[in-house]
Design a protein around this ligand. Structure first.
Ligand code: SF4
Length: 206
């Protein structure tokens, strides 16, 4: 039994997964504090302010409490969840029956198993010292579309991460209409990619 205490920004639910292949599913969320990137336009609060430390058992207990509909599915995110994810926490959460869906920026190896891995690469925001990790067991790739993303970029990602689901998602900022149009054009140019919208923002759930 590990005595590690994980820095957690928030746990909440029940809610719906908003993005990607599992959009619309009932889930609970485990959001870790801290990220190894500082992407321009990041709209996620992963700062240590207000975060608290929990043991693996305390995290499991809270997730079970939140999962009132017994959906047994947890989205593990951040920040960057691989900074803290490890074997003992994976075993504790999956051991009680949760399916773990992780959303990572793809720059770090996975230190414990998950049931579904979403990679959302953002190399345009990396310092040169950080590179995308090879060999990650991705189930889906989710590329947030901005000025730097074009067909050649998509082809490089698809070659680096062979997986079942490829999604393009427009940033929902003040240029959303133009970015959405660009995203749709990219889907037509590369039909193996599908449009993903941040439906949780559209329907107003956390
Ligand atoms: S990797 Fe994700 S959470 Fe981290 S700064 Fe970039 S957009 Fe935000």
């Amino acid at each position: 039994m590990s005595d590690r205490r994980y820095l957690v920004k928030e746990m909440f639910g029940p809610t719906l997964q908003g993005e990607g292949a599992h959009a619309g599913r009932a889930v609970v969320f485990l959001r870790f504090a801290a990220c190894n990137l500082a992407c321009t336009g990041c709209d996620t609060d992963f700062s240590p302010e207000g975060a608290r430390r929990f043991s693996a058992d305390e995290i499991v207990a809270r997730l079970r409490e939140l999962d009132t509909g017994h959906a047994w599915r947890v989205i593990v995110t951040g920040g960057e969840p691989t900074l803290q994810w490890d074997e003992p926490l994976s075993a504790a959460i999956r051991g009680v029956g949760f399916r773990v869906h992780m959303e990572s920026n793809g720059t770090r190896p996975l230190a414990g198993p998950v049931d579904w891995l979403t990679i959302s690469p953002k190399p345009q925001h990396h310092p040169a010292s950080i590179v995308l990790a090879d060999g990650l067991p991705a189930n889906e790739l989710k590329v947030v579309v901005d000025d730097t993303v074009d067909e050649a970029v998509l082809d490089r990602y698809a070659a680096q991460y062979p997986c079942e689901h490829y999604f393009l998602q427009p940033w929902m900022d003040d240029r959303y209409a133009a970015t959405l149009a660009k995203t749709i054009a990219l889907v037509h140019a590369r039909p193996q990619w599908r449009l993903s919208l941040q439906t949780h923002k559209i329907i107003g759930v956390p």
